[in-house]
Design a protein around this ligand. Structure first.
Ligand SMILES: C[S@@+](CC[C@H](N)C(=O)[O-])C[C@H]1O[C@@H](n2cnc3c(N)ncnc32)[C@H](O)[C@@H]1O
Length: 225
């Protein structure tokens, strides 16, 4: 077993339970989302370097904490956001309306089967979704992301990752009791799967906020696959 496999916990919640778990988390979500994850979301947007007029997809928009900012950066472009959970999406819609930007569409959608033709987007971003999902699914999800990007398109993915040993041990103990208390999230490492999914110029940054560990991974769709 590789060191990566040894340290990443098995996903603790089934995909079918995600909408119900996140429906319950929706009212409190933004508090946690801002307290420990706002730095990594900001870095995601910096690395995405969206230019007004581009075609952008955010997968798993949640309550729209990033989507709101990407609308302000891309008021004349195409902005699409999807999520599996209706309650999270409803909050994102309120937030998006508040920007005054009208060039957007928010809809129910599944990261595993993106309902867009090949090579549709210049930029794809995704925050804190892979950390809920089985590690065995990462290559297929990244390939699906790659499929909808144009050649040279940018992808930025933020996830909870592994942090200090004391943090990992504490998180693991609670996760084993009930993963739903933690929104099903556990630390993951995505970078090793990027090249096989058709990305180049890949890089990973580690960000800690109040002790909570995040990774931001970046890749450009290569012309090779
Ligand atoms: C931890 S929240 C992150 C939300 C948002 N990206 C953020 O950073 O605040 C995880 C989100 O992923 C969504 N999600 C989980 N699996 C998904 C899938 N297969 N397709 C689309 N969204 C998914 C959940 O519904 C939830 O809104």
């Amino acid at each position: 077993m590789s060191p990566k496999k040894k340290t990443i916990l098995a996903a603790g919640i089934e995909k079918s339970r995600i909408p119900e778990i996140y429906r319950r988390l929706t009212p409190h979500y933004d508090f946690w989302g801002r307290l420990t994850e706002s730095k990594a979301r900001s870095r995601c947007l910096e690395l995405a370097a969206i230019r007004d007029g581009e075609s952008v997809l955010e997968v798993a928009v949640g309550t729209g904490l990033v989507f709101e900012r990407l609308l302000k950066a891309n008021p004349n472009g195409r902005n699409e956001g999807i999520d599996l959970t209706e309650a999270m999406l409803s909050k994102a819609k309120v937030r998006a309306e508040g920007t005054g930007v009208r060039n957007y569409r928010l809809s129910i959608g599944d990261a595993y089967h993106l309902e867009y033709p090949d090579e549709t987007f210049d930029v794809l971003i995704n925050n804190y979704m892979f950390d809920l999902l089985p590690e065995a699914d990462f290559p297929a999800l990244l390939s699906e992301f790659n499929r909808v990007l144009r050649h040279g398109g940018r992808m930025v993915v933020v996830s909870m990752t592994l942090g200090k040993p004391w943090f990992n041990a504490l998180w693991k103990a609670v996760y084993r009791l009930n993963p739903a208390w933690l929104g099903g999230c556990r630390g993951v490492k995505l970078l090793p799967d990027l090249v096989g999914a058709g990305f180049e110029k890949t890089k990973r940054e580690f960000i800690s906020q109040k002790g909570f560990p995040s990774e931001v991974v970046f890749g450009i769709k290569s012309g090779k696959l």
